[in-house]
Write a protein that binds this ligand. Structure first.
Ligand SMILES: Cc1ncc(COP(=O)(O)O)c(C=O)c1O
Length: 459
């Protein structure tokens, strides 16, 4: 039990208790889900039995098969319901199938789904994005991974510089060049888990620790870095929040060295209607948000400041006609535009965020009280509607600390024990989201299930 052997002393979390919690939950899961078990056996022609290989990363012994997802509730093929706090790892931040989005896409289905031409919604979507995120120029992509790739390309074109910089421990989607970390030697290396990557990614990508402005300054000093790509708070490891002054320093240093700042708000859209950037007054040169931005259908957007767009335009105009390396066939489709417009106009509203924030307050207070009562040296971190239990006593500073706060054995036992109690949280760490469709009763259910599970862990 690798990670547990590093578990904080004095917490009373023992190997035996974690194993008992896990095996009891596993027996209950398998014993009460005959159709789920049968479905797993039937998926012989899906690689690893699932349509996307990381669906096996959940805590369940066989994949949970969801028959229906509505609002913040799921029902599996065996008829069990779940209060969903994972919400498709943010893709369903605004609830599953928000009615305005469902209506807009069904209306659009009768008018054409993929034309490779703008629909009448296009200009309205541009206006809505500009007003909401306060950047003047926008493009549509199909995934946040694509949007990040395109924004990085635009940054390189605009600056004429080859390199990019990423914070150690961050994730920005399936963007090849970003899959680096700080290795044991202190140098940037390819992530060891990366499959099929023959290149040394450190040739063009530098990694520095989040919250470390001195290392950032040193890494930008040779003026070869086109852009820094950053989440405003790191959400893809145990949550790491920016320390006071970090964002001001990041902006000042990048400007001084002529490096563009690309803020990826795919997860931190949980912070407010204009993301973390609007709530806390950041001023990125490039901006990306995907996942929930079109209510759960595959769409992402990337925006540019006036100056970045002008520089990008000049760089493009200096090239011969042909492939730019930016764009995919279905990007900017009428289907995406209809869903984007409905989400921006009717779903991701101020009122929706007020509800999310209120429920996240309730979640944060309830979870913190559980940790306190149990005497566990863990804490609750929060980014608007995104709440997380972090297995360290104090706020984390960077990716290395986040890796040390990751206890896979404990986490999967907790996740499965919650799941058999009808509560679903993120499979990757203890992340929970509040949507506009989430109710107080659901939050109370999460808290009581977490209290029971935590009680079992500490005895
Ligand atoms: C911050 C961030 N950016 C980008 C992505 C990529 O999103 P997608 O997988 O939808 O392309 C993710 C996915 O988790 C993410 O967390």
């Amino acid at each position: 039990m690798d990670a547990l052997s590093r578990a904080p002393d004095g917490a009373g979390v023992t190997h035996a208790r974690v194993a008992a919690l896990r095996s009891e939950a596993e027996a209950l899961y398998l014993g009460t889900r005959p159709k789920t078990r049968a479905a797993a056996g039937a998926a012989a022609h899906l690689f690893e039995g699932v349509p996307m290989h990381w669906m096996t990363d959940w805590s369940t012994p066989v994949p949970l098969i969801i028959e229906q997802a509505v609002d913040a509730r799921l029902r599996d093929v065996d008829g069990h319901s779940y209060d969903d706090f994972c919400l498709g790892d943010t893709a369903a931040l605004f609830g599953h199938g928000p009615a305005p989005v469902a209506e807009a896409i069904s209306r659009q289905a009768n008018r054409g789904l993929a034309t490779m031409l703008p629909s009448p919604d296009a200009a309205a979507v541009g206006d809505l994005l500009a007003r909401r995120f306060r950047l003047p120029q926008w493009q549509i992509a199909s995934t946040a991974s694509d949007a990040n790739r395109f924004a990085i390309r635009a940054a390189r074109a605009a600056t004429g510089r080859p390199r990019i910089l990423v914070f150690d421990g961050a994730y920005h989607g399936a963007v090849d060049e970003v899959f680096v970390e700080i290795g044991p030697s202190g140098r940037t290396v390819n992530r060891p888990s990366l499959v099929g990557e023959p290149r040394d990614l450190s040739a063009l990508t530098r990694a520095v620790p989040f919250n470390d402005l001195d290392q950032l300054e040193a890494a930008l000093a040779d003026h070869t870095v086109a852009c820094v790509i950053a989440e405003p708070a790191m959400t893809n490891c145990a949550m790491v929040l920016p320390q006071p002054g970090f964002h001001e320093g990041l902006r000042e240093i990048t400007r001084r060295h002529g490096t563009l700042l690309l803020i990826d708000e795919t997860h931190t859209l949980s912070t407010g209607p204009g993301g973390y950037s609007r709530r806390y007054g950041l001023s990125p040169d490039l901006f990306v948000v995907g996942k929930a931005i079109a209510g759960g259908i595959p769409a992402a957007v990337w925006g540019m400041s006036e100056e970045t767009a002008a520089r990008f335009k000049i760089a493009r105009s200096n090239l011969p006609p042909g492939h730019s390396g930016i764009g995919t066939t279905l990007s900017g489709s009428p289907f995406q535009l209809a869903a984007l417009r409905a989400t921006l106009e009717q779903v991701a509203t101020e009122a929706a965020y007020a509800h999310m924030e209120k429920l996240a307050d309730r979640m944060e207070a309830g979870l913190a009280a559980i940790l306190d009562t149990a005497g566990l040296p863990w804490h609750v971190a929060r980014c608007g509607a995104r709440v997380e239990i972090v297995r360290a006593p104090n706020p984390l500073s960077n990716g290395a600390e986040a890796r040390r706060a990751h206890y896979p054995t404990v986490e999967t036992a907790i996740h499965l024990a919650l799941l058999v109690r009808g509560v679903l949280i993120s499979p990757f760490h203890d992340m929970m989201l509040a949507s506009p469709a989430t109710s107080e009763e659901q939050v109370d259910h999460l808290i009581s299930a977490m209290r029971e599970v935590t009680g079992r862990l500490v005895g």
